[in-house]
Design a protein around this ligand. Structure first.
Ligand SMILES: C[S@@+](CC[C@H](N)C(=O)[O-])C[C@H]1O[C@@H](n2cnc3c(N)ncnc32)[C@H](O)[C@@H]1O
Length: 261
């Protein structure tokens, strides 16, 4: 494949830092951010403070990848999208690998489509080489376990569709998972991003789609390593993968990564 983004050799003596003041699970936010603005002054360059992740003396590779910077910046829809920069780069790097395999791309839990758009734009935009399936209700379904999002009002689906107007390879499937897989399912999957904020529906997704993932394909579980309300997902997913002799690789971003044999 010759249209893959190329790495540009970074400056040996300059590393980027990132300080995006949005974190979850914090009691007194003004106090917390006041203290953290002092703390970041005490660490070596190359710090990343965002999305409940504080690291320093890191290369922060996502900020050296010009193609990623472009696709990430151009697709920001809200503050949370900016916050989860490192999570987005995990998706982009996984996609870089998977676009060279046999099989389609799938995202379960699309919301505004920013995850799909960032990945497709990183890898060619409207010339993206794969079919990308995106599954979501695109509105609130009052069923047990479905996480609601306030901006999913009337007309929301049409707005998301508009973002992909010129992307013929992106198929947005509206409906409740797993029913929406019936009649609308790829034969083989190279890249599977599951982001439903629900143990019940993420397991239902794995039940249907895992066997379709090709050998060498990648599965990313967006909330796997998050505790709090998300911990039910890790517990259910560990049990599910254990039965199949797979280990989820927990990432410091809060995601979980599975490499399909
Ligand atoms: C966290 S958002 C997805 C964010 C998106 N992956 C991104 O990268 O920006 C979760 C989405 O999952 C959808 N969802 C949750 N359970 C679902 C189900 N059973 N069927 C279809 N969509 C579902 C919600 O409607 C919501 O849009």
């Amino acid at each position: 494949m010759n249209n893959l983004p190329k790495n540009i050799k970074p400056d040996l003596h300059r590393v980027a830092s990132f300080n995006h003041k949005m974190s979850w699970g914090v009691k007194d936010k003004p106090r917390f951010f006041e203290l953290m603005s002092e703390v970041v002054k005490l660490v070596a360059p190359g710090f990343y403070f965002s999305d409940n992740l504080f690291t320093w003396c890191r290369n922060n590779s996502l900020f050296d990848d010009a193609a990623f910077q472009k696709s990430w910046n151009e697709n920001l829809k809200n503050d949370s999208d900016a916050t989860i920069a490192w999570r987005r780069y995990i998706l982009a790097c996984a996609a870089y690998h998977c676009v060279q395999l046999q099989g389609d791309f799938v995202e379960c839990g699309v919301y505004w489509g920013t995850g799909i758009k960032t990945v497709t734009d990183y890898l060619g935009g409207t010339a993206f080489a794969k079919t990308f399936w995106g599954y979501d209700t695109f509105d609130y379904h009052p069923v047990e376990g479905h996480a609601s999002f306030s901006d999913q009002q009337e007309g929301f689906f049409e707005q998301v569709q508009e973002r992909f107007e010129n992307y013929e390879q992106v198929k947005l499937i509206k409906g409740l998972i797993p029913d929406s897989f019936v009649n609308n399912c790829p034969k083989e999957i190279a890249y599977l991003h599951i982001d439903l904020n629900s143990a019940k529906y993420e397991i239902a997704t794995l039940d249907v789609l895992f066997d379709l993932v090709v050998s060498g394909g990648v599965i990313i579980l967006d909330d796997y390593e998050w505790a709090g309300v998300y911990r039910t997902q890790k517990i259910a997913e560990d049990e599910w993968f254990d039965k199949r002799n797979y280990r989820v690789i927990p990432l410091p971003t809060g995601q979980g990564l599975v490499l399909k044999r």
